[in-house]
Design a protein around this ligand. Structure first.
Ligand code: ADP
Ligand code: MG
Length: 275
């Protein structure tokens, strides 16, 4: 039995109900997987927001998650980041980290960063100071701004500035940035913390067409170095970045494949027409 068969069929189906989870068999080729979600269910007052959801993300992959309103996309991110505990299922980050045993801060510490829809930068502080606060981790604003940064921290800040293309705005107050630039700064702040997996919820909502294009370039430039999971409604945007798309519907994976494959899937068409 090879790893891809396990991934395809699910650990439980291949190894029986007693099998614990789809962590890779030691020594086999599935180390490329960074996130394993299996049979995850979340109920709110009896309503299943996630219903036996199974999803795998590869290291370095850029994955788009789409689906109609209420499909469970945000709940999925809440489960991965520890904000919501599932009623059933397993969630592993890499081969050794059981996400369901960790708190939200421990999950962030383990290398999962989350970008919420609304930018949450420190408006009174400069772009550079925002990035310094991010690399400093949980120090207070005051301690961070008066302490000299280490060389490594400087390098991380410069690398983030370059990735988000805000080098020439480094001394500008974050409050003066455009909406799109604030979103990039927040992505830069997450990158400065060097997450292995980055979750991004609707990054291009409210952006100008030029900003949308820059955001696509930015997310594409992260692929390979980080795994990125993007939830997005804008189909043109998804088309411009997507390698692999997962369609959620009623808390379950309805379809998975290239954007062309999922858009021509009759079940997907039906779900979107019914919206
Ligand atoms: P999406 O992000 O795909 O639009 P959500 O994950 O936000 O969907 O929500 C999935 C379903 O779960 C929706 O029907 C929503 O109303 C419900 N839901 C989400 N969070 C809660 C909550 N805290 N309490 C009750 N119902 C919730
Ligand atoms: Mg949502």
């Amino acid at each position: 039995m090879n790893a891809s068969a396990v991934l395809r069929n699910g650990w439980q189906k291949v190894f029986g109900a007693g099998a614990r989870s789809a962590r890779p068999i030691p020594g086999d080729a599935s180390h490329g997987t960074i996130l394993y979600l299996e049979d995850i269910s979340v109920s709110f007052d009896g309503f299943k927001a996630l219903n036996a959801l199974t999803l795998y993300i590869d290291a370095g992959e850029l994955r788009c998650i789409i689906g109609p309103n209420g499909a469970g996309k945000t709940t999925l991110m809440d489960v991965i980041t520890g904000k919501t505990r599932p009623d059933a299922g397993s969630a592993w980050f890499g081969q050794t980290t059981d996400l369901l045993t960790l708190t939200e801060p421990q999950i962030a510490e383990a290398g999962i960063g989350r970008k919420f829809q609304k930018p949450t930068v420190f408006e009174q502080h400069s772009v550079l100071e925002n990035l310094a606060l991010a690399v400093a981790g949980n120090k207070t604003i005051w301690t961070t701004l008066v302490s000299p940064l280490s060389r490594v921290q400087h390098e991380r800040i410069e690398a983030a500035l370059e990735t988000i293309h805000l080098q020439d705005r480094r001394d500008m107050r974050a409050g003066m940035l455009s909406h799109g630039q604030k979103q990039w700064l927040e992505i830069g702040m997450l990158l400065a913390q060097q997450p292995q997996l980055l979750l991004v919820d609707e990054p291009v909502a409210g952006m100008t067409p030029q900003e949308v294009e820059r955001t696509a370039e930015l997310l594409l430039s992260l692929a390979g170095k980080h795994s990125v999971m993007v939830v997005e409604h804008d189909m043109d945007f998804v088309r411009s970045i997507a390698r692999k798309v997962t369609v959620l519907h009623e808390g379950h994976v309805l379809a998975e494949g290239t954007i062309d494959e999922v858009q021509s899937d009759p079940r997907v068409v039906e779900v979107y027409l019914g919206e």
